[in-house]
Design a protein around this ligand. Structure first.
Ligand code: FES
Ligand code: MG
Length: 582
């Protein structure tokens, strides 16, 4: 029996009825105040209330169209006999938010959960898509466990500059390096600024945004294929309207995230992650989401999936196309079809049917953009979406994306050049007398969840200018921070435990030999244990300048990267009492 066959739940069982149907003075106030906004009694009484959690803001170009989309969602809710209420939520637009949106992902997760809990809400549509907004909204909604649809913002249109394809993020870095080495002029650089990103919508590369929206799509949390619909396509407002209508049906069916998120849907998400050549950031967000759903997910699980499934989506930064090409090639359903029996088609989706039914008839229309298993973008032997590393530098793990790295550097041994923080790095890295060669291992510490704070995307350390000018394009780089999903390079990320809490990365010194063996999954420093013990005894935890504020709370409660960087008091599935209404 599918969710669509369920007997509709009785009206009295809806949460919103506690607000609107009660005969006491509070019930009067709730009805009175709703009518104060011009609503007729019959427009909201006896109807499922659908919250639209909207992450629109004036500083998030990725979400600039979500104001309009909220109207389309409302249209769908009315159409299906519900009552829509729009609740603004933190926008967490990448790029503008400092030090990093990751610092505020948990803030959004808390906000989403508490918005749903404190208001008369029966179900919700989540409007987001820029990197942290997807996991942030969903972590909160998973914990609240009301009927939920995620409506992805959609990728921006493809970009071109002087005949060349430009992908958001990926090509910014490329042209920046070209500017440093004189391949393009300052005037070219200014011209590029206005031409690279042509429309609203999330990054058009396989960065964190499309990685996360595609994964949650495969996990059944939106209409199958929704993550591939371009932000500017007329199909996008139609999708939003559909989400509104479907959310109302889901309330009657009582179809909740806990019905959707199962070990099978998680495996589907992992398989999709790997076939996309997705962002390293997903490793953190998936761990956090899984823990909220009461599902175990370790870095070993992710590494195992990556060993089986090669990169099939030929998208930047691992490949050479953009999200619009992916959409026209058949989008996510085509990729799922390519994955064959690695996708569990019996998993339930928010459509109230199986993923197999939802993706039935999916076809690929461009074999170069979405490759068959026999002809991957990168064979497993040459590069994977995720490689787990362990060793005396990262006892709890570190990860790298070898599909976006220089294959020649995946077994490497070289002297460390350690930067204490990004300020130290900015001061020294381009000094003409810096003692560095292309074999040096660049290290940045104090960029983890506690140290950053918020684990900023500083892990794609810049190549020193003098090496760039000598033609060096990649080096082995290590940090306890993250890297933008749109970037590439031999970057070892998420070293856990991080330096700021006393992880071994804190003990590494410039000149120590670092040994990387990606195939063997090893990351070590060649320093005798006795010497490490001596350094550990002398180590002092850096004082935090944050004695108050959200950041202080964050530093006290955030977990390490391999655990998902959630707050200790938000993880798990313990029930939270419904708010009393008196
Ligand atoms: Fe928003 Fe890339 S900056 S998705
Ligand atoms: Mg990003």
């Amino acid at each position: 029996m599918t969710a669509r066959d369920r007997v509709p739940r009785p009206l009295e069982s809806l949460r919103s009825q506690r607000w609107f149907a009660s005969e006491d003075i509070r019930g009067f106030a709730h009805r009175q105040r709703t009518q104060q906004m011009g609503m007729r009694r019959e427009e909201f009484m006896g109807k499922p209330v659908i919250a639209i959690l909207n992450t629109w803001s004036d500083v998030s170009p990725c979400h600039a169209h979500l104001r309009d989309r909220a109207e389309a969602v409302k249209r769908g809710v009315w159409q299906a006999g519900g009552y829509p209420i729009e609740l603004p939520c933190l926008s967490v637009g990448e790029v503008m938010v400092k030090p990093t949106t990751m610092l505020y992902r948990n803030f959004l997760a808390m906000e989403a959960e508490e918005q749903l809990r404190s208001h008369p809400v029966d179900g919700c549509v989540l409007l987001g898509g820029c990197d942290k907004s997807t996991p942030g909204l969903l972590m909160g909604a998973i914990s609240m466990d009301l009927p939920t649809i995620f409506c992805p913002a959609g990728p921006m249109s493809s970009g071109r500059w002087r005949g060349h394809v430009t992908g958001a993020g990926t090509h910014t870095k490329k042209y920046w390096n070209d500017l440093q080495t004189g391949k393009i002029s300052r005037d070219d650089w200014i011209d590029l600024e206005s031409r690279m990103t042509r429309s609203n919508g999330t990054c058009n590369t396989m960065g964190t945004a499309s990685t996360m929206t595609s994964i949650v799509d495969a996990m059944g949390l939106t209409r199958t294929g929704a993550s591939s619909v371009p932000a500017t396509d007329s199909g996008h407002p139609r999708l939003a309207s559909w989400c509104g209508s479907r959310a109302v049906e889901m309330v009657w069916e009582d179809l909740k995230p806990s019905d959707i998120l199962t070990p099978a849907s998680l495996r589907n998400g992992l398989a999709t992650y790997m076939a996309l050549g997705g962002s390293t950031n997903a490793a953190i967000h998936l761990a956090a989401m899984a823990r909220r759903a009461g599902l175990g997910l370790t870095l070993e699980d992710m590494d195992a999936a990556a060993r089986e499934i090669p990169v099939l989506a030929n998208l930047f930064p691992s490949g050479e196309y953009l999200m619009e090409d992916f959409y026209f090639a058949g989008g996510l359903p085509a990729l799922l079809a390519r994955l064959g029996d690695r996708i569990d088609r019996s998993a339930t989706t928010i459509e109230g049917r199986t993923l197999g039914d939802a993706m039935a008839g999916a076809e690929c229309y461009d074999d170069d953009v979405i490759r068959p298993m026999e002809n991957p973008v990168i064979p497993l032997s040459a590069g994977r979406t995720l490689v787990l590393l362990r060793g005396n530098l990262a006892p709890d793990g570190a990860i790298m994306k070898t599909s976006a790295a220089d294959a020649a550097r995946l077994r490497h041994s070289g002297p460390a050049l350690v930067f204490e923080d990004p300020g130290d790095m900015a001061r020294r890295i381009n000094a003409p007398d810096l003692d560095v060669t292309e074999d040096t291992v660049l290290v940045l510490r104090n960029s983890g969840p506690v140290g950053g704070p918020g684990m900023p995307e500083w892990g794609n350390l810049p190549i020193p200018t003098k090496l760039l000018k000598a033609g060096v394009t990649d080096m082995v780089r290590i940090s306890d921070g993250r890297m933008s999903g749109t970037h590439y390079g031999t970057c070892i990320l998420h070293v856990s435990p991080e330096a700021a809490v006393g992880g071994p990365l804190a003990l590494l010194q410039t000149g120590d030999t670092v040994v990387l063996d990606a195939e063997a999954g090893r990351l070590d420093m060649d320093v005798p244990d006795a010497e490490l013990d001596r350094r550990r005894a002398a180590w002092q935890r850096p004082a935090s300048p944050y004695t108050r504020s959200f950041t202080a709370l964050y530093q006290r409660h955030v977990s390490q990267a391999h655990e998902g960087c959630d707050f200790d008091f938000l993880e798990g599935t313990d029930p939270v009492p419904e708010p009393p209404i008196y």
